[in-house]
Design a protein around this ligand. Sequence first.
Ligand SMILES: [Mg+2]
Length: 184
Amino acid sequence: MIDPKLGNLFMMSKVSKSPSVFLDRDGVLNKDIGYVHKPSQINWIPGAKEAVALLKNQGYLVFVVTNQSGIARGLYTEDEVEYLHAWMNTELLKSGGSSIDDFRYSPYHPAFENETYANFKNWRKPGPGMILDIIEKWPVDNLKSFLIGDRQSDIKAAEAANITGFLFNGGDLLTFVEAILASR
Ligand SMILES: [Mg+2]
């Protein structure tokens, strides 16, 4: 016998899961000029801010998952990356009233092994660690979620986390996202 109360709880927990989008950062939200780590280096991809606003308006949780080996390489610090992400969210809020729900970055790089970042080995795409960490902490509906990245390593990370991946080859991100939403 199914306890009706438990049944209701089960229904509620199912209903509260949200479709979610995982965005690579460099090459998807901003131009990838290599080791971007401060606001003056952010050149937004056309349609990027509008794409985030559209996804939020459609009820998606929106996350960024970004490899930042520049940290392991000693080129910049975690604080700088976190400051940059907060700044990006301020800019998004100003333009469309929406922002990224959460950011994950992987400081790790295999050529710069050190104990500080060893735990983040699986976070480095094509590893799924960043996506899985978000799925653990947020109510992500895997089946209704997808990732957008500009490299095969992004797509592989998505597949390893059981998320559909879409390869963005540049152009206008809003147009790209609209096409994905229309196909789902
Ligand atoms: Mg990229």
